[in-house]
Design a protein around this ligand. Sequence first.
Ligand code: BEZ
Length: 186
Amino acid sequence: MTLDTTHINQRRMPFDDHDEIWLFGYGSLIWKAGFPYHERRPAHIEGWARRFWQGSHDHRGTPESPGRVVTLISEPGAICQGMAYRIDAATLNPLDVRERNGYLRESVTLHFPDSSHAEGLIYLATEDNAAFLGDAPLDAMAEQIANTHGPSGSNRDYLLHLAASLEDLGAEDEHVFALAERVRRL
Ligand code: BEZ
C-alpha cells in the first residue's frame, strides 16, 4: 500500500453535500489546529482507544528512524477524549496533505459534554497502512519516542504535549500517561 493517502482521502468524503463538518482531533490536533475553524469544543468518541501504534516518517521521525504517533484502535467500551473543530469542508484539503502518511478519513459520532452529538470525521491509520508499527512493550515504545526527532520536532515533545493537553481536558488515558511517565524518567 502506498504511504501517501492524500488522493485516497480526497475521494473519501462522506459529507460531500455539507459546507461545514466536524473534525475530531485526538492527537496533535488537540493542542494545535493550524487551520481556520468556526468553533472548537471538547468531545469524545466511543469504541476507539488511542494508541502510539503509527509510525511517523515525516513529522516526528524519519524513514531511517521512525517515531511513534497516535492512531485509534477499535475497542468496544473504550472512550477517547479529544477536541472537535467545526470547519469548512474545504479546510480538509491541506489536512489531507499534512496527514498523508497513512491516515484515512473515517466517519464517527462525536459526543459533547452537554450530551448532544454530531457526525464527524477522524483521520485514522489502520493496521494495513505501510507506516503502521503496532503494539510493543511500553518500555520499548518509550525508548523509541525518547530518541526520535523529525521535521516537526521531537517525538518526546509530541508525547508530553499530548499528555499535558489531556490533563488540561481532565481526560483519562492510561496508555498515554504511562508512556509519558516512562519518557520523563529516561
Ligand atoms: C489528530 O490529532 O486527531 C490527528 C492528527 C494527525 C493525524 C491523525 C490524527
